[in-house]
Design a protein around this ligand. Structure first.
Ligand code: SF4
Length: 381
């Protein structure tokens, strides 16, 4: 592929500039699903979730300051559509799930389930740790939430509610959330094992590297399906400034060796790593060096365009541009093709494409809605 389709171009435009919501579209959404239209939590998941007829999933931001200049409108004229200049593309929408309104009790107080579980498209993300022991300057978690541990059985209950949700049923789980303090690592190990063994839907884990190189093999042994170990920033100086705890604790070489061990344990196609990109993060060539290092190790690169969050020290920085997205995507596809591994930009789950720069194809690498997320023989097709 050397050029983008109209739908693909529109996705990049929306990721960079956001969308304006017309009153009729909001009214129709509220009539069908109630509100809110988005949970506006992490910067990268703060938009409305849409998908086109060709299976392109889009998270379109609509509240950030930079959407003030957008040309794109979300309309309802008998069906939902995105209109930009003379282009009109019909879209389906994915509402915020109904279980987000349900409450649970902990320590004599009531909390909404969104405190521990949130579904975007078809994936429920649960957060054992609220807040974070680390402070990265692009992430709102440490600035918005106090550090705490969420109750184990409510984490499982959130998954059960997410799976049977009437508006947006989840079909897989990501255990993510904040990084635990060192003394809470045994606690979260127990959570990983408990959730992987009791969840009614496949479980993925996103976490920083540990010291122990055999940790990925242990995660696999307890039933975790896929693993995300995010490099995020390749340049060591930029990493020191933006993700200081991570950069200080275990260096880049450790991360790469750890990712290699993870690929041995989970297999190619079941380990991924996010690269956050845009000039505010690091030069694009540096991001691409990171992509090369990941692909060489059999790890799926996931291209996450930087989107500033207004609660963080990077709130005034520019989001990734369309030009940067195009360059990073085409170069990453080229690097993947050259590797001969069958890898492509991730994630593999198509509904999870919504906030990353990636597009479906017919290779069998991407798993469509309803496909088997646990199929470990994708590369033999
Ligand atoms: S480690 Fe993750 S959750 Fe914690 S501050 Fe950094 S990006 Fe946010």
């Amino acid at each position: 592929m050397s050029s983008f389709t109209t739908e693909q171009e529109l996705k990049l435009y929306l990721l960079a500039h956001g969308i304006r919501i017309e009153a009729e579209a909001e009214e129709e959404w509220m009539k069908r699903f109630g509100g809110p239209m988005s949970l506006s939590e992490y910067a990268s998941t703060s938009g409305i979730c849409l998908f086109t007829t060709s299976g392109i999933y889009i998270n379109a931001p609509f509240i950030e300051a930079f959407t003030k200049t957008t040309e794109a409108r979300f309309v309802f004229d008998g069906e939902f559509a995105i209109v930009r200049r003379d282009t009109r593309i019909p879209v389906s929408v994915i509402p915020v799930p109904a279980y987000h309104h349900i409450m649970y009790r902990d320590g004599g107080k009531e909390f909404p389930y969104t405190k521990i579980g949130v579904t975007h498209t078809d994936r429920c993300r649960i957060s054992p740790i609220e807040g974070c022991a680390w402070v990265c300057t692009f992430c709102d978690l440490p600035y918005e939430k106090r550090y705490g541990k969420n109750p184990k059985h409510e984490l499982l209950r959130a998954i059960e509610l997410a799976k049977s949700d009437s508006l947006s049923p989840a079909r897989h789980v990501l255990i993510s959330g904040g990084t635990p303090r060192p003394e809470d690592e045994p606690w979260i190990d127990d959570i990983y094992a408990f959730i992987a063994q009791n969840s009614p839907i496949p479980v993925d884990v996103m976490m920083p590297a540990r010291h122990e190189m055999d940790y990925p093999a242990w995660l696999r042994s307890v039933g975790v399906n896929m693993l995300s170990i995010n490099i995020e920033i390749w340049d060591p100086d930029r990493a020191q400034r933006i993700t200081p705890n991570k950069a200080r604790q275990l260096g880049r070489e450790h991360y790469l060796n750890y990712i290699e061990e993870a690929v041995k344990a989970f297999g190619i196609g079941f380990v991924q790593s996010l690269m956050v990109f845009g000039e505010a993060i690091e030069p694009i060539e540096s991001t691409l060096d990171g992509v090369r290092a990941l692909v060489e190790r059999g790890c799926i690169p996931v291209l996450s365009p930087f989107r500033p969050d207004f609660t963080t020290p990077m709130s005034k920085k520019q989001p990734a541009t369309i030009g940067e997205m195009q360059k990073v995507y085409f170069e990453t596809v080229r690097i993947c093709n050259k590797s001969g591994t069958g890898l492509k930009p991730g994630p593999r789950c198509m509904p999870c494409h919504h906030n990353t720069v990636v597009f479906p194809d017919k290779s069998g690498f991407y798993v469509p809605l309803g496909g088997d997320l646990t199929n470990r023989s994708w590369n033999n097709k």
